[in-house]
Design a protein around this ligand. Sequence first.
Ligand SMILES: Cc1cc2nc3c(=O)[nH]c(=O)nc-3n(C[C@H](O)[C@H](O)[C@H](O)COP(=O)(O)OP(=O)(O)OC[C@H]3O[C@@H](n4cnc5c(N)ncnc54)[C@H](O)[C@@H]3O)c2cc1C
Length: 381
Amino acid sequence: MDLELTNEQRLLRDTVREFARAEVAPVAEELDREKRFPYEIVAKMGELGLMGIPFPEDYGGGGADTLSYALAVEELARVDSSVCITMAAHTSLGTMPIYLWGSDEQKAEWLPQLCSGTRLASFGLTEPEAGSDAGNTRTTAILVDGEWAIQGAKQFITNAGTEISGCVSITAVTGEADGRREISNLIIPTGTPGYDVGEPYRKMGWNASDTRPLAFVDCRIPEGNLLGRRGDGFKNFLHILDGGRIGVAAMGVGLAQGALDEAISYAKERRAFGQPISKFQAIQAKIADISAQIEAARLLTWRAALEKDAGMPFTLTAAQAKLITGRLAVRATEEAVQIHGGYGYIEEYPVCRFYRDAKILTIGEGTDEVQQMVIARQLGC
Ligand SMILES: Cc1cc2nc3c(=O)[nH]c(=O)nc-3n(C[C@H](O)[C@H](O)[C@H](O)COP(=O)(O)OP(=O)(O)OC[C@H]3O[C@@H](n4cnc5c(N)ncnc54)[C@H](O)[C@@H]3O)c2cc1C
């Protein structure tokens, strides 16, 4: 497996690194404090081609591979997780199902506006009674006079309630086949009567990203808004989660790297007992351990991306990468706070936000326990 980046991949990584440094870092603390959605940054990311990296250029996408996408995600997470998850959830969860299973008409309608970042897409799988047990969908969609009538609720949906939210793709029970519940995917445009977007949650982190509950009360959409084949909805969304895990793993690597960057630069500045704290072995050991773990996690994440791009099975590697990078992000941000001493507990220092932002990486897109289940199953258990 060739781990040398191509010129295009390096160029994209460097472009996003510079963008994150120049445009995101200066406002990240303020956006988090004010819990303000980063509209200006999303618009700039759209102009730079970062809102549709893996989609074909015909639709306004970047035509790039999964590794390129992971590199971009890592660079954003290194500076700000809210901006990063806005881009990542839009791309690998929101837009991807429409690209993979949309009809020509659906793709022509949605992909250009989604790839340009002028509209956002979201992914509605989780429900109040269907989180890890995502197949326990209670939302129903019944065909009535050529329209789907949808009843139900979704929980914790990213990007659904912004001024530029365009649509949500959901799972819903559309009937029964062979004695089993038939789950299908449907596209619901924002603003459809009966589609109610609730108030944003008050969260531990990801404060500048948009997360909402959704309710559907006799929400009617055209029959043609069925996404993919009827009955394939659960299988298709599990496939989306497989790919999404590579992005979330890249977020974990980026967040851990950002925490390490901050910790090293602080340790060189801060003096105690007459010398910079970076001279103490106890501090050096933390920095050394985290740096080694980041390198290992990055390689595993890249491997999952390369497997996906090569058309190889990648479920096992993606789940392994997601599992270890989430835990690494939590550990690295905690160590970074520790190295900052009391200042790490103060919001002016990025590591304080990083620490709050890390925890969700062991929960979202499948908890650690779910990753363990996926891994064990892949290993034949
Ligand atoms: C900020 C945020 C953004 C999100 N964005 C989205 C989004 O855009 N779209 C979307 O669809 N969802 C989204 N989610 C939902 C997220 O994916 C779920 O929260 C997650 O999958 C866990 O589901 P749950 O919260 O219902 O927890 P539960 O499934 O209730 O789990 C509770 C605990 O039980 C454990 N558990 C459950 N089953 C088992 C088992 N079989 N074996 C061992 N342990 C088990 C879990 O690991 C966990 O520790 C988001 C969540 C958050 C917080």
